[in-house]
Design a protein around this ligand. Sequence first.
Ligand SMILES: [Zn+2]
Length: 347
Amino acid sequence: MMRAFYHADQALHDPQQYLRFGRFVSAKDLPARTERLLAVLHEHGIVPEKSAECGIGPALKVHTLAYLDFLQTVWDRWAQLPDHGPEVWPNTFPYYSGRAEADTRPPCPATGIVGQIGWFLGDLSVPMGPHTWVSSLRSCETAVSAADALLSGEPTVYALCRPSGHHARTDRASGFCYVNNTAVAAQHLRQRYPKIAIIDVDAHHGDGTQQIFYNRGDVLTISVHADSDNYYPFFTGYAGEIGRGEGEGANLNIPLPHGSNGPVMLSALEKAVASVRAFGAEALVFALGFDGHKDDPIGVLSLESDDFGDIGRQVKALGLPTAVVQEGGYAVDVIGGCLSAFLEALD
Ligand SMILES: [Zn+2]
């Protein structure tokens, strides 16, 4: 029986809105997502263990202290603003080139709250409510607990993370993500394994994960995703981004044409698996998103629920100690079937 981790505080994060096509629309990262996935775990006889409250230590290995401090304290500062809105939102953004090789930033020069919000919240899809920080921390701790289980000899572990993490950079939240759970898990596994691979099959490019490890040769980051050219995160995710310095050759992006179906995803995943073998990875973090499903409300791919079974079989065939970290997937009615197919394949 596969072990899984989750913490009930993760459901406290309840975002209200984000900006899409020029309108404030209702949030897509609903607590109902987790409820659905928890129900599927129970159907499979998996009772998730409560993740350990280990604090920010593991997250500090991939995020700056200034950024984590900001996330932790911003709500209380926001609540002191006169006539503030229901959620922390930026109204300014610093210049950012978008280039994969040029995004390590200096410390935020502004000490005031509005400037800092603009600096650390990278777009209009990361509103912060009173509980966003605690849910993000618990989500990260869930990934850490999964990694700890691998370190103690477990072969495959599922981390039911929410909020997701793969768009969170060293010092910037974006795309519904605040703390990069996948990156934290990979870094945590470095305690034991010299070479780690990350495969990310969420429909969006794992831009935060890429940025965090872009200059490093010890963590191979692979992202299979819908072409960013006309899809979030737009400015990264292209095949030419291969890593830099010691990381050159340790970053692989496989963009898929919009509308791609299961077989197209599968053949891309075969390439990813071959790269993981060639790299000589000793452990895998598998960033699992379900927003490639054809019914996803913000998706552009055409996967069926059963395709996630084929994806699971590829992961199993790789035969590495694997932490499966939950990323996106917003069609509450179908993500259960996706997880179910994936779990059955891993059994
Ligand atoms: Zn996504």
